[in-house]
Write a protein that binds this ligand. Structure first.
Ligand SMILES: Cc1cn([C@H]2C[C@H](O)[C@@H](COP(=O)(O)OP(=O)(O)O[C@H]3O[C@@H](C)C(=O)[C@@H](O)[C@H]3O)O2)c(=O)[nH]c1=O
Length: 209
């Protein structure tokens, strides 16, 4: 596996190293030792799959609030999607910036997402599946979220949004207006969980794929 950092600390691209032969190929998609060597720990407490019927479906942007420290290893096992991670940590140098990485069944690419980072995606084709490994069991009641279309985040979704849940449509917008400003200014922390009242936001880190 090739594990590549992104501009956001705690977000890593995980690529497979295929062994091709006449049948096709074999590749490891997870290896505890290789992850540990890259400084990542993935204790698998839960694996999940999300099937999306239509291209343009958006899920996110989600993370688990404290004290839950939920890490995710996300891959696309059918179809293709644009995976997006936003940094909602007020004390981070990449606060409110995002990375966007295309994951597909064909590229076998995965994204490791550390605890406290907001995750979402848009499907690029019909019949797309996202598959997750999480380090903790499902802990309802700790959901935190950002609005996928918050102008302060500046996420460029590649397709018109075809389907989204009521929950995801209803996450509140960040406070403030206008386009995202430059990074680096301190912003006051929002209330626990949803960052409703930040005074400053920064632009996207850009697509990595
Ligand atoms: C996330 C989750 C949901 N559920 C249930 C709750 C609910 O009835 C149903 C659908 O839940 P949701 O609408 O929250 O599913 P979804 O919007 O797909 O939530 C997921 O979104 C992506 C972007 C992520 O990053 C994931 O961690 C997760 O938050 O599945 C579980 O049983 N276990 C789980 O781990």
């Amino acid at each position: 596996m090739i594990i590549t950092p992104t501009p956001i600390a705690g977000v890593m691209i995980v690529d497979v190293e295929p062994f091709p032969d006449a049948r096709g190929m074999f590749a490891r998609t997870f290896c505890a030792d290789e992850f540990a060597a890259a400084g990542l720990t993935v204790d698998v407490a839960q694996c999940s799959v999300a099937y999306n019927a239509s291209a343009g479906t958006v899920r996110g942007m989600h993370w688990a609030g404290e004290p839950v420290r939920e890490t995710k290893l996300v891959r696309c096992t059918r179809g293709a999607l644009l995976d997006v991670v936003v940094d909602p940590r007020p004390d981070s140098p990449t606060y409110l910036r995002h990375v966007a990485v295309e994951l597909s069944a064909d590229n076998h690419r995965a994204l490791f997402i550390d605890a406290g980072l907001a995750h979402g995606y848009q499907t690029l084709v019909d019949s797309t599946e996202a598959t997750y490994q999480m380090n903790v069991p499902f802990t309802p009641g700790h959901d935190r979220g950002l609005r996928f279309d918050d102008p302060r985040l500046g996420i460029v979704w590649p397709l018109p949004v075809s389907v989204i849940s009521d929950k995801d449509r209803a996450w509140p917008l960040l406070a403030g207006d206008g386009p995202a400003g430059p990074s680096g200014d301190a912003a006051p922390p929002g209330p626990p969980g949803i960052q409703r009242d930040v005074a400053h936001a920064s632009g996207g880190v850009g697509a990595t794929a």
